[in-house]
Design a protein around this ligand. Structure first.
Ligand SMILES: [Zn+2]
Ligand SMILES: [Zn+2]
Length: 106
């Protein structure tokens, strides 16, 4: 599965911002994500994964994701990377304590 690249062209005289349109980068990210998942069937290692199952797979290495209870976050043990961004709360105890790499957890 190829990675999707989205380019936003910036006009010389920009007269609006995302906020003016009632949009945020977050909502755009979500809609792109949903389109990718929708109706996708992936054959990998002799198995067919339904689109709905793709959310349980690492987007990079296609291995199964794992869940870290302590930091309340999904991660890929193979890539050793978190697969959920930190939440928006700057004081969140789960995200604050989260190490850069899942393998650095106790
Ligand atoms: Zn991975
Ligand atoms: Zn958090």
């Amino acid at each position: 599965m190829g990675k999707k690249k989205v380019f936003f062209l910036d006009p010389d005289e920009r007269k609006w911002t995302m906020e003016d349109l009632g949009l945020s980068w977050e909502t755009i990210g979500q809609s792109v994500h949903e389109k990718e998942i929708e109706g996708i069937f992936l054959a990998y290692q002799g198995r067919i994964h339904k689109g709905s199952e793709l959310s349980n797979l690492c987007m990079v290495c296609l291995e199964s994701l794992a869940y870290n209870d302590e930091h309340d976050s999904v991660f890929c043990p193979t890539c050793d990377e978190w697969r959920e961004p930190s939440c928006a709360d700057p004081d969140c105890e789960y995200c604050l304590a989260r190490p850069n790499r899942p393998s650095q957890c106790n």
